[in-house]
Write a protein that binds this ligand. Sequence first.
Ligand code: AMP
Length: 281
Amino acid sequence: MKIVRTVIEVREQVKKWREQGLSVGFVPTMGYLHEGHKSLILKSVEQNDRTVVSIFVNPTQFGENEDLSTYPRDLDSDAALCTDAKADLIFHPEPEQMYPQGFCTGVNMSVLTQELCGKSRPVHFGGVCTVVSKLFNIVKPDRAYFGEKDAQQLAIIRRMVEDLNFDIEIVGCPIVRESDGLAKSSRNTYLNTEERKAAVILSKSIALGKELVQNGERDAQTIIKAMTEKISSEPLARIDYVEVVDALTMQKVQKIEKSVLVAIAVFIGKTRLIDNFSFNI
Ligand code: AMP
């Protein structure tokens, strides 16, 4: 497994693979890799001849008061996980490699970015769409792998690929959780012992919402109210949002008549965590 830091090196390697007729899978990440990321890499290795993992803490998707400077990083441990999962190449660029002086282009999306994390983090998805477009143009993969943990991001990437005619198949992968239900996240490392225990309230409220929907509840407000009450029973939790949205457009719904995403964002102390479930009709 090789680690490269420049666009030219990625292009040269991928070109060689293409000349040999090999297919290429791609897993974009911000590093500090865990079993959730690994599940995406393993899926790519299973479905493609070669797998590229990018590790880049993308500055343009962080707002001013967010955790860009403190975001956890550990390239050695990331490289070990990628080797173990049989990835072939890590692309680990410096910010200047991705955003050289004079850079002034961006990819922006309306509609799907209006609710949920797009509302709380106004610059976030513009940064995501821009960096993912760049990475797609650099790696030119056959398939790219994204986690359902970031369900709004996955819907946005699917829409962007359709809208901008990227010839790439987007593969969604299920949420990987800790044994107590907490969705794995690089940001879980911010939690102290007490907060870590409290954080299980996210998956508990997700389980409650899922149970209600599976038992036939179709009124969004009833589901939101029950989940909100559950989260509010945890003193360390502060709700950012609890929403029910259309699975494709990410617009709020009142009644569940089509496939929906039920998504939450909750602060545990200063750490903002997200979780969700989809209900398909
Ligand atoms: P990140 O490094 O947080 O930007 O995540 C990179 C990719 O890994 C994204 O597509 C995430 O949705 C995915 N991912 C992160 N955590 C999990 C998880 N617990 N289960 C499945 N996929 C995940």
